[in-house]
Design a protein around this ligand. Structure first.
Ligand code: MF3
Ligand code: CO
Length: 289
């Protein structure tokens, strides 16, 4: 749909197009002509949609806070699942993973050498020295949010603790690259560089994703990308930064029995943190963590 300068802007601000998104649309058209990968308008969230996503994120973060309060040795990953289900639904949300493409639980719980998509189970009891990623995703009013955190159970070995810390730093390094008219590849390159510098490797096959009106939207976010490549970061674009960092080699494999859980090929530990970030006119805003 082609708007005239005096039409009301498509974003719902109520302002005239020429006073709102017209300049941005023109810039995107120019970049598109230069064969850069420019996001389609549907991926750019309106202020109202961002508000909806923030409401969803409030629940998502409250759920992770509840997990942080309770998690410890002796707890099963099934207990975490129940806590996530109850906290989410009490707050008016729906756990996004539940029944998502057949996923049987409300949350992903990935322990030690499990890279991601671990399925909560009553027989998996957390013990001193474990590291675990709890990946929570929520739907509120049709809006999706998604973030994950690492937890160290009791005293954890120095090398595992460092993996957890460096992985968090990787997310921060990636986040610092999120600025309008930058490239998505700058994010992945910064993540990969920091991981490699610390002697770790980044999982290649699984990445982050756009999010908001659906659980997984474009773009797919690689964390081993090259600088200056990939989608142009246009204000309104929202995606996750969620690198999986392995202590050893980057190789992974999928559990053949459950079809979900991803493990490191070399059996060494893996860590992951996930945040949701929006590109803004001036930089970025973290929507969920
Ligand atoms: N939360 C995961 C992500 O970051 C998605 C897991 S899909 C599920 O993309 F079905 F396993 F939940
Ligand atoms: Co995600």
């Amino acid at each position: 749909m082609k708007l005239s300068p005096n039409d009301v802007c498509w974003c719902g601000s109520g302002r005239k197009y020429k006073k709102c998104h017209m300049a941005m649309d023109e810039k995107m058209a120019l970049l598109h002509d230069r064969h850069l990968q420019v996001p389609p308008r549907e991926l750019l969230k309106t202020p109202a949609q961002i508000e909806g996503m923030k409401e969803s994120a409030k629940v998502n973060m409250a759920v992770l806070d509840a997990v942080a309060e309770k998690i410890g040795a002796g707890m099963s990953t099934e207990d975490i699942d129940q806590l996530v289900y109850e906290t989410t639904t009490k707050m008016g949300g729906i756990p996004a993973p539940l029944n998502y493409e057949g996923f049987p639980k409300s949350v992903c719980t990935s322990v030690n050498e499990e890279v991601c998509h671990g399925i909560p189970d009553a027989s998996v009891i957390l013990k001193e020295g474990d590291i675990i990623n709890v990946d929570v995703s929520t739907i509120v009013d049709g809006y999706f949010s998604d973030s994950s955190r690492m937890f160290c159970i009791g005293e954890v070995s120095e090398d595992k603790r460092r993996l957890v810390e460096v992985t968090r730093e990787c997310v921060q390094k990636g986040l610092e690259q999120v600025q309008p008219w930058g490239f998505l590849g700058d994010v992945g390159a910064a993540v990969n560089e920091h991981a490699k510098k610390n002697g770790y490797s980044v999982v290649r096959e699984i990445g982050g994703h756009g999010i908001g009106l659906q659980f997984h939207e474009d773009p797919w976010v690689s964390f081993v990308a090259k600088k200056g490549t990939g989608m142009v970061l246009v204000p309104g674009l929202v995606f996750t930064i969620e690198p999986m960092v392995n202590m050893g080699r980057h190789g992974i494999y999928c559990d053949e029995d459950n079809g979900w859980t991803i493990y490191t090929r070399d059996g060494k530990p893996s860590a992951q943190w996930e945040i949701m970030v929006q590109v803004t006119e001036t930089g970025h805003e973290v929507l969920c963590w």
